[in-house]
Design a protein around this ligand. Structure first.
Ligand SMILES: Nc1ncnc2c1ncn2[C@@H]1O[C@H](COP(=O)(O)OP(=O)(O)OP(=O)(O)O)[C@@H](O)[C@H]1O
Ligand SMILES: [Mg+2]
Length: 461
């Protein structure tokens, strides 16, 4: 499967990873918050009990007859604290500063802040962590009042247990929430992907040459992909059609000259006199030349097809480019008794693929030389006309009747049988090159209704 491909990944696993990582992060933050809250809650609950027992002790502090403070510890109040866990409870009662009354003298006390009923704090005693509550009151003798402080402390086992219980409960809750969300995502993704699986099954079941559009129902998010695939299929269908048509025709076109070559070679091998052999080989050579021309035109076609994908267009001066190509044809024109001329001044700039424009002009000029007939006049023209760069090739030969002007643009469409050898690819090549450049191609009669005028107009720069 595709998962073996480099860089392939599972959508489901990726979504799950995202979900798990994000909920784990959120869960961790929630746990830290819960930890704080749990400690506060546990402290609040136990502090109230600690303060209660401190108060119970304070109420038992009296002033004896000799003016000193006395206390009768209410052990029940302390038991109230120890009942919850294995916590141990300590206390001390101090009189006015510097006087210790009863309890554990080494028990640390804490200072009460002004205006506070009781003070609470964390400390340690005999190597164990403790929570301390201190309460300051005063006992009255009737004449004066004597201040005293009651300090009650307990070890923190119970409150640690409470904190842990709260934490554990909330950790379990978060864990269940994450697992629940993972299951939901798993199921939801599986269900959502089902339409994608159906889509790929539908594609897999197709016969290789079925390029009809895909009509399976898919989610909106995937519709874009399906549309792209569909439009790709349409283009593929077109390209395959063209290829089938083209290779069929090309094979046919090449077979004829090759058959002629074989015939003439056979004739030559059987011939007895030198003149006959020479004539046969000349014919064979002509046929090879024809085949060579067909191949050149076919390769040019293939080149145009690839040029539409990789663009090598650049801005050039068409006057310079087209004049050069025309000059190349002056000798063959003179040989054919044709007056080939060029008209064009200054610079006419356009963005084109220079080699293809050369081929376009070459095909038009060689058509004119081939079909206009001896004594004809052929003019190649380049000029700028409101916003476009125009290239024209005009002759005063027989021209192409208006009714045939469209057909000659089709591949392998040729003139009357018996006409001079050609592949029927020249004008289609011209049209393809024009189309590739977004240029407009018009075939019409020449001046005074005589001959053929081919006009290609490009967008000027
Ligand atoms: N200037 C012209 N005057 C008269 N007829 C023309 C002219 N140019 C083209 N034609 C006609 O159009 C037909 C198609 O031309 P096209 O250039 O496409 O093919 P071809 O010349 O036969 O082959 P190729 O150019 O590939 O060698 C020609 O066979 C010819 O009948
Ligand atoms: Mg031609």
């Amino acid at each position: 499967m595709t998962s073996a491909l480099r860089g392939a990944y599972s959508l489901r696993r990726r979504l799950l990873a995202w979900l798990l990582v994000s909920t784990a992060v959120i869960g961790a933050i929630a746990m830290v918050d819960t930890w704080d809250e749990a400690i506060d809650t546990a402290n609040e609950v136990s502090d109230r009990v600690l303060a209660g027992s401190a108060l119970a002790i304070a109420e038992r502090v009296i002033v004896s007859e000799d003016g000193s403070l006395e206390v009768d510890i209410p052990y029940v109040a302390l038991e109230m604290l120890t009942s919850a866990a294995q916590d141990r409870v300590f206390y001390r009662v101090d009189g006015p500063p510097g006087t210790f009354i009863t309890g554990y003298q080494s028990l640390p006390s804490i200072a009460r802040r002004e205006g506070q009923a009781a003070a609470f704090g964390d400390s340690s005693f005999r190597g164990e962590p403790i929570r301390v509550a201190a309460l300051t009151r005063s006992a009255s003798t009737g004449i004066n009042s004597v201040p005293f402080t009651v300090t009650v402390a307990e070890t923190t086992i119970a409150r640690q247990q409470l904190t842990q219980a709260i934490l554990l409960r909330s950790a379990l809750r978060i864990l269940f929430m994450i697992l629940g969300a993972a299951v939901i995502v798993w199921v939801a993704v599986t269900l959502s992907l089902r339409s994608l699986y159906r889509f790929s099954e539908a594609l897999a079941e197709r016969s290789p040459d079925d390029l009809a559009p895909i009509t399976e129902r898919v989610p909106n998010e995937v519709q874009g992909l399906v549309d792209t695939v569909n439009s790709f299929m349409v283009r593929l269908e077109g390209a395959l059609d063209a290829l089938r048509h083209f290779t069929g025709n090309a094979g046919h076109q090449l077979r004829t000259p090759l058959a002629i070559v074989r015939t003439h070679l056979a004739l030559a091998s059987r011939a007895t006199d030198l003149a006959e052999i020479r004539k046969a080989t000349e014919r064979a050579d002509e046929a090879v030349g024809g085949a060579e021309h067909i191949l050149a035109q076919l390769l040019l076609m293939a080149r145009i097809d690839s040029a539409s994908r990789s663009s090598t267009m650049r801005e050039v001066d068409l006057v310079d480019l087209v004049c050069g190509v025309t000059a190349d044809h002056v000798p063959p024109a003179a040989e054919a008794g044709i007056d080939l001329g060029f008209e064009g001044e200054g610079e006419v700039r356009a963005v084109v693929e220079p080699i293809l424009i050369g081929e376009l002009v070459k095909n038009l000029v060689s058509n004119a030389l081939l079909y206009a007939g001896s004594g004809a006049e052929v003019t190649v023209r380049v000029n700028a006309e409101d916003g476009s760069a125009v290239v024209e090739v005009e002759d005063n030969g027989p021209g192409i009747p208006a009714a045939r002007r469209e057909t000659v643009l089709k591949r392998f469409e040729r003139g009357e049988p018996g006409e001079r050898a050609g592949t029927g690819l020249g004008l289609p090549i011209v049209e393809e090159i024009a189309r590739l450049h977004g240029a407009n191609l018009v075939l019409s009669e020449g001046r005074e209704g005589v001959g053929l005028k081919v006009r290609v107009s490009f967008a000027a720069v």
